[in-house]
Write a protein that binds this ligand. Structure first.
Ligand SMILES: [Fe+2]
Length: 223
C-alpha cells in the first residue's frame, strides 16, 4: 500500500481579538459608523477583527489591493481602498435606485455592512502563510483550500452576523452564479465589478496581474 505523503507547511496561530484591534478596524473602515443598527455595527467590526486575528496580517492595510491574490492588483492603495470604494459605490447605487424605485425598499444597513465585509475572507486567501502551505502541498490542501467568499461567509456566521450578510460574502463573486443573489448582494456584486473594471479601463491595474480574459485592455496600451 502506498502511503499518502505527509502534509507539510505551517498554519497561522490565532491571536486574541482585543479592543485595540477593534478600534483599529473602526479607523481603517470609517464607513462602519454609518451602520445605524448598533449591534450590526459591532458585529461588522468583530468580523474584520476576528479575520485579522486568525491571519498573519496585522492590519487591513497590509492586504494588497487585488481582487484575488496576484490578480487584478491596483497600481496603488491597499485593501481598505477597495472595501471603502465598493461600499461607497454600493451606497450610491442603493440611493439612486431607491430614489427612482422606492418600492425596491433597499436595506441600507445591509448594503454598508455587506460592502465592508464582502471580502473579509481575503484575510485568509491572501495570507502568505496559507498561500505557501497550499503551494507546497496543493495535492493535499488544494490551492486555495477555500476561496475568500466561502471563508468570508464562515467568518460572518462565526461572529453572529445575520445570514443576509454572510450571503453577500458568499455570493458577491463567481460563487454567486451558482445561486440567486439577494437584492443587496446584487448591488454589492455590481459595485465590486464596477470598481475593478473602472480601474482596468483606466489603466490603473498592474498589467501583469490582469486576468487572461481582460488582457486586451493592457496589451499595446499607449503609456
Ligand atoms: Fe471585492
Amino acid at each position: 500500500m502506498t502511503r499518502k505523503p505527509a502534509a507539510n507547511g505551517d498554519s497561522v496561530r490565532a491571536r486574541e481579538v482585543t479592543d485595540s484591534l477593534r478600534r483599529q478596524v473602526r479607523e481603517e473602515l470609517p464607513e462602519v459608523a454609518q451602520i445605524s443598527d448598533q449591534d450590526l455595527q459591532a458585529k461588522a467590526v468583530e468580523a474584520w477583527a476576528y479575520a485579522l486575528a486568525h491571519s498573519s496580517f496585522k492590519s487591513i492595510h497590509d492586504i494588497p489591493p487585488a481582487g484575488n491574490p496576484d490578480v487584478n492588483e491596483a497600481k496603488r492603495g491597499d485593501q481598505t481602498d477597495h472595501l471603502r470604494g465598493v461600499t461607497r459605490l454600493a451606497i450610491g447605487i442603493a440611493r439612486e435606485m431607491g430614489a427612482a424605485y422606492p418600492e425596491l425598499a433597499i436595506d441600507m444597513d445591509t448594503i454598508i455592512a455587506g460592502g465592508l465585509l464582502h471580502d473579509v475572507g481575503k484575510a485568509w486567501e491572501f495570507d502568505p502563510v496559507n498561500r505557501k502551505r497550499w503551494k507546497s502541498s496543493q495535492r493535499h490542501f488544494g490551492r486555495p483550500s477555500i476561496r475568500h467568499p466561502a471563508y468570508g461567509a464562515h467568518i460572518c456566521l462565526t461572529v453572529g452576523l445575520p445570514e443576509e450578510i454572510a450571503h453577500i460574502a458568499m455570493a458577491h463573486s463567481g460563487e454567486g452564479e451558482l445561486l440567486l443573489r439577494s437584492l443587496e448582494c446584487m448591488i454589492v456584486h455590481q459595485a465590486d465589478y464596477t470598481f475593478w473594471n473602472t480601474l482596468l479601463a483606466g489603466g490603473q491595474l498592474k498589467p501583469e496581474t490582469v486576468s487572461p480574459d481582460k488582457r486586451r485592455y493592457v496589451l499595446d496600451r499607449p503609456s
